[in-house]
Design a protein around this ligand. Structure first.
Ligand code: DON
Length: 307
């Protein structure tokens, strides 16, 4: 059997040959500047093996992947009370959709669609200034990645604030239903900044270790969440992590995953490995096109599907 490193090298070569790479997100102008030819993959196994190929040291905007980490933080803050404000069902709609919010009385379907993640940001803001809540998210990312060089890209956060009309609409709508405790612009300040965290695939794969390892990071000795919570976050990633593309991702790749419009995907093989991929071009559902294809090939070749 080829080694993990050989498999990643093979996948990088195969992806370099792909001509159809999807569309780079341009609704956040700063993201539209990224080179669509970039590609990276990194795997950190629970047994300590690390393998990476392509542009795996190059930071990119993690965008919605950050919602996995803000969810973990918010659950740490308020526990299961969170579920009175956010659901746990796949939405079957786009990440920025507003349609269900009216019908479902301002309770977003899950914490990964934008509306749900804005509620999660509102939880993180409780008792804090936006600056402190943003600092807490950044310091959590540095802890789980075990790397103090992780930063928030302020140009991306400002670019999104300047053009985030749909998110302002969602936040105002949530506020109208009484499901936002702070002023929409304050909560969105937290949301835009956590979406603008920039990380490389190696950093992101490291950041996912606790989800692959029942809540613990062996290398640092930190317990990040309980094993039950890690299992539940993985379940939400599987069912909701790719929005209206979640069924397709489970069908093809077969493991929990969370995508971002920066073209990254964090994928977890519970008990085995944490994986990060990055290819900026997106498919029609706003998920990384080559990121999904490369994960499908990796899980098939390594026999990593959970099914
Ligand atoms: O709110 C937004 O639109 C972006 N900050 C995040 C969206 C996103 O990453 C969706 N993922 N595929």
């Amino acid at each position: 059997m080829p080694s993990l490193q050989d498999t990643l090298n093979e996948i990088v070569a195969e992806m370099a040959a792909q001509t159809e790479r999807g569309e780079v997100a341009s609704y956040i102008p700063e993201l539209g500047k990224v080179d669509p030819a970039k590609f990276a993959i990194a795997v950190v196994k629970n047994d300590g093996e690390v393998a990476a190929a392509g542009d795996a040291d190059e930071p990119f905007s993690i965008q919605s992947i950050s919602k996995v980490f803000t969810l973990a933080l918010a659950l740490g803050r308020v526990g299961d009370q969170l579920w009175s404000r956010v659901g746990r069902e796949p939405s079957g709609t786009a990440f920025n959709s507003i349609v269900q919010l009216e019908l479902e009385h301002g309770i977003p379907r899950n914490p990964f669609i934008n509306a749900g993640a804005i509620v999660v940001s509102d939880v993180l803001l409780s008792g804090h200034q936006p600056r402190e809540a943003i600092g807490e998210v950044l310091s959590f990312m540095r802890t789980v990645a075990d790397d103090d060089s992780v930063i928030i890209d302020r140009d991306v956060a400002n670019s999104e604030r300047a053009t985030g009309f749909r998110n302002f609409a969602l936040a105002n709508y949530l506020k109208g239903f009484g499901n936002l405790n702070h002023a929409p612009e304050m909560t969105l300040g937290v949301y835009f900044h956590h979406c603008a965290v920039a990380m490389s695939c190696l950093q992101l794969a490291n950041a996912g270790r606790f989800l692959a390892n029942a809540g613990r990071i062996e290398e640092t000795g930190h317990t990040i969440v309980s094993s039950e919570r890690a299992r539940r976050i993985n379940a939400l990633m599987l069912t909701c992590g790719h929005y209206d593309g979640s069924g397709e991702f489970a069908f093809r790749v077969g493991i929990p995953g969370k995508s971002g419009v920066g073209g990254g995907i964090l994928a977890i093989v519970p008990g085995v490995a944490s994986i990060a991929v990055w290819s900026p071009g997106l498919n029609a559902r706003g998920n990384s096109m080559l990121g999904s294809i490369s994960l499908e090939r990796l899980t098939k070749r390594m026999n990593w599907s959970i099914f």
